[in-house]
Design a protein around this ligand. Structure first.
Ligand code: NAI
Length: 271
């Protein structure tokens, strides 16, 4: 259902790889809600994914950008303002990748070149993106910037590996940069901490099937889907949440405040 929540707003959406991607659903929902968007992803992802189909569906243009490259980000922001015909109202950072996870390195045996690369892609890229938006004065007042994160930033999930540390850094950047963005440009910055979701990045985590089934049984409302995450993101881009900033917002069916659920207890009391 559409409510015209983003009518007249302009945004940049990072990270739509294929139709399972959370960013893909956000792009579709933003379009339905009346926004005009630019899509971006790493040049290599353009070749692998179906982003062109999404662009056609949402009437949007694609600007390739490696989110670790300041040059690419500067080009992205400048071109987006040209295409969209003005400053930006909302930005979604939906990017994550750990080289240690990809190469099967255990957390206790990290390769630090891999650690650095994954940190740059998953966390510092958010700082770089905000740096460019801030210094080019590219955001409209009362604009909204959102990045996606996971609860491994606060609690131990052993197989989440160094992505846990990257997410902790990402959430801290949202607060630290969010202060200056709020003070100087009246722009809000938040992170959404989403349930495990079956996407390319999600399924890269070892033991993902057990992980997602456990979270489902622990959460009173069950896991949040990618589409539900998109709906929540749209609310944060809309004018209905203007004073929400510097927050890490859990969108997880209640998982983060649970100790144990009946459904999980049953597994341990089976004869
Ligand atoms: P996805 O694999 O569809 O999206 C990850 C995106 O990051 C891809 O589009 C990829 O091309 C992009 N990316 C990687 N390196 C890049 C670079 N150098 N420059 C620009 N883009 C780059 O997976 P998903 O799940 O939609 O991930 C989106 C966000 O949601 C990530 O931050 C992820 O950590 C977060 N998240 C995912 C959860 C899950 O269980 N799937 C749970 C909680 C948070």
């Amino acid at each position: 259902m559409s409510y015209n929540l983003l009518k007249g707003k302009k945004g940049i959406i990072f990270g739509a790889l294929d139709e399972n991607s959370i960013a893909w659903k956000v792009a579709e929902r933003a379009h339905e809600e009346g926004a005009q968007i630019v899509l971006t992803n790493a040049p290599i992802a353009m070749r692998m994914g179906g982003i062109k189909d999404l662009a056609a569906k949402t009437g949007s243009e694609i600007i390739p950008a490696d989110a670790t490259s300041m040059e690419d980000l500067e080009n992205l922001v400048e071109k987006s303002m040209e295409i969209l015909g003005g400053k930006i109202d909302f930005v979604l950072h939906s990017i994550g990748m750990s080289v240690n996870v990809r190469k099967g390195r255990h957390y206790t045996d990290s390769k630090y070149d891999f650690t650095t690369k994954g940190w740059d892609v998953s966390a510092v890229s958010f700082h770089k993106t905000m740096n460019v938006l801030y210094n080019k004065q590219a955001m409209n007042e009362w604009g909204s910037i959102v990045a996606l994160t996971y609860m491994a930033a606060q609690r131990v999930f052993p197989d989440y590996n160094d992505m846990a540390d990257n997410k902790a850094y990402l959430e801290s950047v949202a607060r630290s940069f969010g202060y200056f963005f709020g003070r100087d440009h009246k722009v809000r910055v938040n992170t959404i901490s989403q349930s495990p979701t079956p996407t390319t990045a999600g399924q890269g985590v070892k033991g993902f099937d057990g992980f997602i089934a456990y979270a489902e049984k622990m959460s009173p409302l069950g896991n949040a889907t990618a589409l539900e995450c998109a709906d929540y993101t749209i609310s944060l881009f809309s004018d209905l949440t203007k004073k929400v900033t510097l927050q890490n917002l859990f969108h997880d069916g209640g998982f983060s405040n649970m100790g144990v659920s009946d459904a999980v207890m049953e597994k341990f009391t089976e004869e």
